[in-house]
Design a protein around this ligand. Structure first.
Ligand code: GLA
Length: 403
């Protein structure tokens, strides 16, 4: 995706003015409806979602806005302040777009909701995002979820549970875009809660809050190294996990996913799997336990446990799950030795992109400075290191009462 340099740290008022003016220029009128959907950061649980396991995730205060205005026909015209190109399509005939592939997230959502019987209206829409693209913070899911939210508002608000909205956005990504992701990204973007991370059960699609101690922050450490999620690695990992579950179901018939296995059960039949599948399975089963342990460690503010769990998660992702990159190694080294660091690990799919650190609140600035300097010295890449807060999930942007 081509990313234009659009300032990310804008006040809401400035951002609104900028988007409004741009909308007027491109579409000749002002927007009548505004929606937002946030990016997400997972704090523990790499690749656990599609294994129906647990994950700790939070929606972050980086989000995607859609400013929109209904049209009288069935056309959708979309543009973005961050990405080149744009698209125009007819809701009666939704096709893919190879010139501006990012519009496929929008097309896919429209196609899936229409297929499910939801009434759709044509609209002009302008997107502005403060989520860096392709860096593992779910910029794609945010486009999907903001599109679904916009379509819902344009139709006078369909009756739909946020979980179902998230699942249909996931389906758009699986079936229309062709990326076989789990539900983590769309769930987090649709159901995030201000001030809280969520311990999400990806089997039952229920969550409870997991709250960080007042004195602790999470910082995103963006390696800014290229990362390609639709490459084959993600799908391969998923297939290997599924193969493991299928194979182990020969011994434990109730098993449908790796979620259903204890570590002891796995160990008893580890030798019946190929070496690579065994490694993938071991990682997921252990990582799932780490998610539950981290939830306890966060609520007890047990910093030694947070450090140990994040360390082992990173090592396992690298050694067993085969995800990692030289840029991540360099970032991990910098994060581990940063002032005030409590723990650090990978996030997202984990092939480059962003990483996450738990940092003592008072040390966040010093940490960001130290990590940036050290990483830059080692890689000659300028990273981006910044704290984020847990933010609310997708919904209308209400500017009433604001100037
Ligand atoms: C990507 C996918 C998610 C999840 C993570 C890894 O973000 O979209 O569904 O599998 O990778 O945890």
């Amino acid at each position: 995706m081509d990313v234009q340099e659009v300032p990310r740290a804008l006040s809401e008022a400035l951002r609104r003015t900028m988007v409004s003016e741009e909308f007027k220029q491109r579409f000749g009128q002002t927007p009548t409806l505004w929606a937002q959907a946030p990016g997400r950061l997972d704090l523990m649980g790499s690749h656990t979602d599609y294994n129906e396991c647990y994950v700790i995730t939070m929606a972050i205060d980086r989000n995607t806005w859609m400013a929109a205005r209904p049209r009288s026909d069935r056309k959708v015209l979309v543009r973005s302040l961050n990405m080149e190109g744009g698209g125009e399509f007819d809701l009666n005939d939704i096709t893919h777009d190879t010139d501006s592939p990012w519009t496929d997230y929008i097309r896919g959502v429209a196609a899936v909701f229409q297929d499910e019987g939801y009434t759709l209206h044509g609209f002009d829409g302008l997107i502005h995002s403060t989520i860096p693209f392709g860096s593992g913070l779910s910029s794609s899911a945010a486009i999907e979820v903001v599109t679904a939210t916009t379509l819902k508002m344009l139709a006078g608000n369909w009756e739909i549970e946020p979980v179902r909205l998230a699942l249909l956005c996931q389906r758009a990504e699986n079936e229309f875009v062709g990326m076989n992701c789990g539900v983590l990204d769309q769930y987090s973007s649709a159901l995030g809660q201000t001030g809280h991370a969520l311990l999400l059960d990806c089997r039952n699609l229920t969550a409870r809050t997991a709250t960080l101690h007042d004195d602790m922050r999470v910082a995103i450490c963006d390696t800014r190294a290229e990362r390609e999620l639709t490459g084959s690695e993600y799908g391969e990992r998923r297939e290997q996990c599924e193969e493991g579950a299928r194979r182990l179901a020969d011994f434990y018939p109730a098993v449908t996913h790796l979620r259903d296995l204890t570590l002891e059960q796995f160990i008893a039949h580890e030798a019946d799997l190929t070496e690579v599948v065994a490694k993938r399975c071991r990682f997921i089963i252990e990582e799932n336990q780490r998610v539950l342990d981290l939830a306890d460690a966060l609520s007890a503010d047990d910093r030694a446990a947070i450090r140990a769990l994040t360390e082992v998660s990173y090592a396992g992702a690298h050694d067993l799950f085969g995800i990692g990159a030289p840029s991540m190694e360099a970032m991990m080294k910098a994060m581990r030795s940063g002032p005030g660091v409590v723990g650090a690990r990978q996030t997202g799919a984990g092939f480059g992109g962003c990483m996450v650190a738990f940092v003592e609140a008072h040390a966040v600035d010093a940490f960001a400075q130290y990590v940036s300097t050290r990483y830059r010295a080692e890689t000659a890449i300028e990273p981006e290191v910044y704290p984020v807060r847990a933010a609310v999930g997708a919904g209308p942007l209400d500017f009433s009462g604001k100037t």
